[in-house]
Each structure stands twice: as C-alpha cells, then as structure tokens.
Design a protein around this ligand. Structure first.
Ligand code: AP5
Length: 216
C-alpha cells in the first residue's frame, strides 16, 4: 500500500474530510498544518499569535515558520508507519524543503492525491462548513449535517464557523491557491507522483476511489 501521502487541492476541496477517513481506515498519521496553526491560536502561543495575523485574512503563513514547524512534526516517531500531509506544501520553497527533508529522514513521498473541484462548489462548501471545536471534524449545514444540530457526532463537542470561512478571506485563499500552490501539481507530475481525483462526487465515493488506488 502507498503510505507517505500528500493531499492537495483548493480550500474546501475536501482534504480534511478525506484525511480523517483515510487516517482511520489505514492507521496513518494525519498532519494538517492548518490544524496545527489553529491549535496554536487556541493555546495563545507565540506561533499562534503570529499565524493568526495571516490566517484570518486568508494569507499564507511565511515559509520559514511553516517549514520549521513541519520539519519537527515529520521527524516524530508516529510518522514512521505512514503519514497524510494536508495543507503542506503550499509553495515551491515548501515543496523543495519537503523533498530534501523526506530524503534525509528516509520517509519519501509515495503519492500526491490531488482533489479537483470547481469554484462554485468550493464557495458552497466553505460558506456552509462547520467544524468541531474539540476534534476538528468537518460538517456542512446542508450536505454533511451532524445528527444533532451544533454538536459533533464523534466527540460531542460544539460546532463553530472558522474565522477565515467568509467570502473576503476565501477570495484571498483561492488567489493564493492559484498563484502559489497550483503550480506544485506540475512539480509532482514531473516526478511521476501525481494522481488526480474529481472531488465533486460524495465524500464516501471519493474515499472508496482513493482507498482502492492506494491499495493497488
Ligand atoms: P487549511 O486549514 O489547510 O485550510 P484550506 O487548505 O483552505 O483547506 P480547508 O480546511 O478550508 O478545506 P479542505 O480541503 O480541508 O475541506 P474540508 O474537508 O474541510 O489552512 C488554513 C490556513 O492556514 C491557510 O489559509 C493559511 O493561512 C494557513 N496555512 C496552512 N498551511 C499552510 C502552509 N503550508 N503554508 C502557509 N500557510 C499555511 O471540506 C470543506 C467542506 O466541504 C466541509 O463542509 C465538508 O463537510 C464538505 N465536503 C468535504 N468533502 C466533500 C465531498 N466529497 N462532497 C461534498 N461535500 C464535501
């Protein structure tokens, strides 16, 4: 099975949703740089205060900060049996740093799963997304409702709307995706690592297709 995996795609494509399904099914370590920043913001750390200035407006956190945080995380023991990178890399310097680091620690990237989705659907998903404050599980107010309104099915935590899930910040996030992150698809295609999936299908069908591919 392929196990050191990068999940790519624009904001709202379903990276976090798919990562949580794959993590459970295949016992992989889920590393979301967005979640790591949000944890730091919640904890009021120095890193969190710095990251918040960028994240709330939809901008990328500077490369040196993000790369340093990822380097520490990827070298940890729980990544030895396989990991899912969700939200990293997002720029060419991040992709180059990851390539170097993964060789150094002998944890090479085996596949890049890219989720395609059109802008209209991304806006629909982001504007209706609610997230669990405790465990980060994602929901949608019309298409992925929790059993009890406002309450996480998995841990009973309260659901909230992310500060950057508004129209203005989303426009900035989509611009960063097009200019900074989308070019990385060529970077990974040249290395024979890229595998594209259409994320317009429902989350269960997407999970089934990606799982079948990873198990080949
Ligand atoms: P991050 O948390 O990574 O946000 P993102 O990339 O914008 O992605 P999202 O979490 O918004 O969407 P997703 O693709 O995970 O979709 P989800 O599964 O939730 O980053 C946040 C910020 O942190 C960045 O803007 C930046 O400032 C900073 N940052 C993070 N990493 C960085 C880095 N490497 N460098 C610099 N800065 C960095 O799904 C969305 C909705 O759709 C949900 O409601 C869900 O229920 C629904 N849904 C999901 N899948 C499906 C499906 N298949 N069908 C129908 N609905 C679905």
């Amino acid at each position: 099975m392929l196990k050191n995996i990068i999940l790519m795609g624009p904001p709202g494509a379903g990276k976090g949703t798919l990562a949580k399904q794959l993590k459970t099914a295949f016992n992989l370590t889920h590393i979301s740089t967005g979640d790591m920043f949000r944890e730091n913001i919640k904890g009021g750390t120095e890193l969190g205060l710095l990251a918040k200035k960028y994240i709330d407006d939809g901008h990328l956190v500077p490369d040196e900060v993000t790369i340093g945080m990822l380097k520490d995380r990827l070298a940890q023991e729980d990544c030895a049996n396989g990991f899912l990178l969700d939200g990293f890399p997002r720029t060419l310097p991040q992709a180059e740093a990851l390539e170097k680091l993964s060789k150094e620690i002998n944890r090479p990237i085996e596949v890049v799963v890219n989720l395609d989705c059109d802008n209209q659907e991304l806006i629909r998903r982001i504007s209706g997304r609610r997230v669990c404050k405790n465990c980060g599980a994602p929901y949608h107010i019309t298409t992925m409702k929790p059993k009890v309104e406002g309450v996480c099915d998995l841990c009973g935590g309260p659901l909230y709307q992310r500060a950057d899930d508004n129209e203005e910040a989303l426009k900035v996030r989509l611009d960063h995706y097009v200019h900074d992150t989308k070019p990385l698809l060529d970077f990974y295609a040249e290395r024979g690592l890229l595998e594209n999936f259409n994320s317009l299908m429902g989350s269960q069908e997407l999970f089934n297709q990606v799982s079948t591919f990873l198990n080949k």
